[in-house]
Design a protein around this ligand. Structure first.
Ligand SMILES: [Zn+2]
Length: 413
């Protein structure tokens, strides 16, 4: 079996353990088989060994972004005209180079938070797994389930019955149940429910639209089939309803209060806090997006500045989820979210754990990837410099010197 040895760098294993200098990581086939320090790990004089020198670099697990929308690429005013200009096949084709770009930025696992559009995520995931196209391990969610007129359905009402879109309208527990079944039937790994509105949908962002019964019906179907359930939720009412309904992850969680935080911890629910999304709409939205979106983003950022530390103090499991695809967030810029984590009060080490171990657990891959441990798949990156000193290097293309997925070197720089 082909053996690879990465040696001489500083190892950050993704668990939060202190860095290890002069580390050695041995990879056989697609698995990590040995970890130690230089001089400690005895390498037999075998022929079939590739040595990867890591002196001056940091070795860490491939990052995991638990929340993107691959069918979009940061469009602003063009976002709502997508269905007019493209069909689902065109959007799938446009997603192919984005997946490659994301992987080459060191993100070796990726979860789509719901792209819909003919279940293009499922087709893309299967193409990656067959080796037809290049991309991270890709976890899919399909169409968002939302009430009639709810967030996640971006077409105007006179086009509401148009089939090509990212959300599915459903009303009443039976329709929510059926929509969840339809997603699973089409091969998704998760069911995504929309429990509230949003800063980019008109009206009150925290308005909690579906009933507890509707959310529960869809989530029950997901769990029955061994799938995850992700809930878009903003405001305590929607967040708490989604937790009661059994959601595994809360996306956004804006205006999360202490009671909701306690419930998240008690129920082991992950949070994708999508901070970069808010910051970008706030700072770049003026003139590009309607004023009301920018105003809602400003209000949300104020709340984050006040409350993000509370999330950390309560011990909520925060998972790196960039929401790339939404206005101003181009695919490939995903790791800029980690800079937001640090700006809002997280330590760089905690930000790295959020982007590796915790995100792996959030997407259901905790036993496979997310840490550099013996027996796990060899998804490893090598970074120029130390992200504990400057977290932003994880989002700089020239700093990501090597990306390995499943034991194969995808790119070196
Ligand atoms: Zn999203």
């Amino acid at each position: 079996m082909q053996k690879k040895v990465i040696q001489g760098g500083v190892l950050l294993d993704g668990t939060g353990n202190p860095p290890v200098k002069d580390a050695v990581v041995v990879i056989e086939g697609n698995k990590i088989t040995k970890i130690g320090k230089k001089g400690e790990v005895k390498l037999a004089q075998e022929k079939n060994v590739d040595i990867i020198e890591a002196k001056g670099k940091t070795i860490m697990p491939g990052m995991i972004d638990s929340h993107v929308h691959i069918y979009t690429d940061g469009e602003t005013s063009g976002f709502t005209s997508l269905p007019i200009n493209y069909n689902e096949l065109a959007l799938a084709m446009r997603s192919i180079p984005r997946l490659k770009k994301i992987l080459e930025m060191g993100i070796t696992s990726l979860r789509d938070g719901g792209s819909g559009w003919g279940w293009l995520e499922v087709a893309l995931r299967d193409a990656i797994n067959r080796g037809d196209i290049v991309g991270p391990r890709f976890v899919t969610s399909g169409y968002h389930l939302t009430v009639t007129g709810g967030h996640g359905h971006f077409l105007p009402p006179w086009l509401a019955s148009h089939k090509e879109q990212c959300g599915m309208h459903c009303d009443g527990p039976d329709e929510w149940r059926k929509a969840a079944r339809l997603n699973i039937y089409n091969g998704t790994d998760n069911v995504k429910v929309v429990a509230s509105r949003d800063i980019i949908s008109p009206g009150i962002a925290t308005a909690s639209q579906p009933t507890l019964e509707e959310l529960t019906a869809a989530i029950e179907e997901a769990h029955k089939m061994g799938k995850g359930a992700i809930a878009h939720a903003q405001g305590p009412d929607a967040i708490q309803k989604a937790i009661k309904a059994g959601a595994n992850s809360i996306v956004h969680g804006f205006f999360l209060d202490e009671k909701s935080a306690d419930m998240m911890v008690e129920n082991n629910v992950f949070l994708e806090s999508t901070n970069l999304y808010v910051k970008r709409v706030m700072n770049m939205g003026k003139g590009e997006l309607p004023d009301w979106m920018v105003e809602k983003a400003i209000e949300t950022w104020e709340d984050k500045k006040k409350n993000f530390k509370m999330y950390l103090d309560k011990g909520i499991k925060i998972s790196f989820g960039s929401d790339c695809g939404v206005p101003f967030l181009k695919q490939g810029d995903n790791a800029l979210e980690l800079v937001m984590f640090v700006e809002l009060g997280m330590s760089p080490m905690a930000a790295i754990v959020a982007a590796t171990k915790t995100a792996a657990e959030a997407i259901g891959y905790g036993d496979k990837v997310g840490t550099i441990e013996e027996g796990k798949f060899a998804d490893i990156i090598m970074v120029d410099g130390n992200p504990l000193d400057d977290i932003s290097i994880l989002s700089e293309v020239e700093k990501i010197k090597m990306v390995m997925k499943d034991g194969n070197v995808v790119i070196t720089r």
